[in-house]
Design a protein around this ligand. Structure first.
Ligand SMILES: *Cc1c(COP(=O)(O)O)cnc(C)c1O
Length: 416
């Protein structure tokens, strides 16, 4: 494992790959094992495995504290958290969402026969553009579902003003934004409700898990019942519900992850700074930077490859990195408007989504977290730099060595 300096060092020239084992985006961060194991022992000793157990309560208290809200309802994952929040808010008809996000954002609506209507994003931050939202409101619109993509917060002030003026509900998919802030306020208290994901790949993880947070007492009460089949007592059901409960093992993992959260931030911040230094000056690349002065989790290292300026295209860079065992990702490609069923529902959506198309064409997400260190980052960056500086030769070599072996990479399904 060493920095690559010459064309001949690259795997496409017959050299060994930069990494012996693949390095991944979203490799889980782990808290201290002893703490996890002792919590698991406690769960078994109490014989209380799920249904509002002690650890789930503790997890909810700590998440609510970190998010600065009165209520946190833990769920089995983020998608179910979104579905329940949407249902408890009685959204119907059409809800406006960004086209550039993980597919779960739209599915959480479509699953309950609500139509997601795709808004464009801000070309610099990749979060939903309030002007685009305003243009898409129809008599059927009941809500706006913003996404704090990459931990960059939505323009919650502008979206809040639109929602108030047009009588719409406003919620946020905050799957990427646990531990982030906007204007000094933690993510969690914006809109009617916000939803976190604690999936293994996320900043804080509970294996699988999620949470709805809100300051609305009545909404919290409904969500709490809905995630437990609608039961209000042992024998009484108030309305239709589902099973969205988090179990005690997941809460044990989540608590252990929360214990280590500060160290995750420190590692991610160090990695981000290292990428910024190493990628500095490479033509046509822009590393997305979180807003200065805000708290952020630095969970995503996102590079935008400018198709007009970068000598090597984003997809070529991606293929080059994979030959070196660096499994970078082009997240949220090609945009929700090009995935089924939305592609068929809105065949002309692309006409209104220029910045989504541009973002989906340029994004390259690089590995970070506990499994990356400055030395590994210098190696990843050296491959990128070589690729860009020797673009013509690299492109030619990729045509003969990579394309025939990976014909299906272009249509890989995306995952969080
Ligand atoms: C991960 C993710 C989700 C879904 O969360 P799960 O916990 O995996 O169900 C939703 N939205 C976005 C933007 C995500 O990245």
């Amino acid at each position: 494992m060493r920095v690559k300096q010459d064309l001949g060092d690259l795997a496409i020239s017959g050299g060994p790959p930069a990494f012996e084992e693949p390095v991944h985006v979203g490799r889980p961060n782990l808290g201290p094992r002893e703490a996890l194991f002792s919590r698991l022992e406690g769960v078994l000793d109490r014989r209380w495995l799920t249904n509002d157990g002690e650890l789930v309560h503790e997890f909810e208290r700590r998440v609510a504290g970190a998010a600065g809200v009165r209520h946190c309802i833990a769920t089995c994952n983020g998608e179910i958290g979104l579905e329940i929040a949407i249902r408890a808010l009685e959204l119907r008809g059409e809800v406006i969402v960004p086209a550039f996000t993980f597919v779960a954002t739209a599915h959480s609506l479509q699953w309950q026969e609500i139509t997601p209507v795709f808004a464009d994003v801000d070309p610099r931050t990749h979060v939903i553009d309030p002007r685009s939202v305003e243009r898409l409101i129809t008599p059927k619109t009941t809500g706006i579902l913003g996404v704090h993509l990459w931990g960059q917060t939505c323009d919650v002030e502008a979206l809040g003003a639109i929602a108030r003026r047009r009588g719409l509900k406003l919620i946020f998919d905050a799957a990427h934004a646990f531990g982030c802030s906007r204007r000094g306020r933690p993510v969690g208290g914006f809109g009617h409700a916000e939803v976190f994901s604690f999936h293994a790949t996320k900043f804080v993880n509970s294996l699988e898990g999620g949470a709805v947070v809100t300051d609305d007492d009545e909404l919290a009460r409904r969500i709490r019942l809905m995630k437990n089949f609608g039961f209000v007592g042992y024998d009484d059901v108030a309305f239709v519900g589902t099973n969205g409960k988090m179990n005690e093992f997941c809460a044990a993992m989540g608590l252990t992850s929360l214990d280590a959260m500060d160290s995750f931030v420190a590692i991610n911040a160090r990695n981000h700074a290292e990428y910024a230094r190493e990628l500095n000056g490479i033509t046509g690349l822009r590393l997305l930077e979180p807003p200065a002065g805000e708290r952020t989790n630095w969970q995503y290292v996102v590079v935008d490859v400018d198709p007009e300026r970068c000598p090597l295209g984003r997809d070529d860079l991606l293929d080059l990195l994979w030959t070196e065992n660096v499994q970078a990702r082009r997240y949220f490609y090609p945009g929700l408007h090009r995935m089924e069923p939305y592609r068929s529902h809105f065949p002309n959506a692309h006409l209104l989504l220029p910045s989504t198309i541009r973002a989906a064409a340029g994004v390259l997400v690089l590995p970070t977290g506990q499994s990356m260190d400055p030395e590994a980052i210098a190696i990843v960056a050296s491959v990128i730099r070589l690729g860009v500086e020797r673009a013509d030769e690299v492109r030619a070599a990729l045509r003969v060595t990579v394309r025939p072996r990976h014909p299906r990479r272009r249509t890989d399904p995306e995952s969080p």
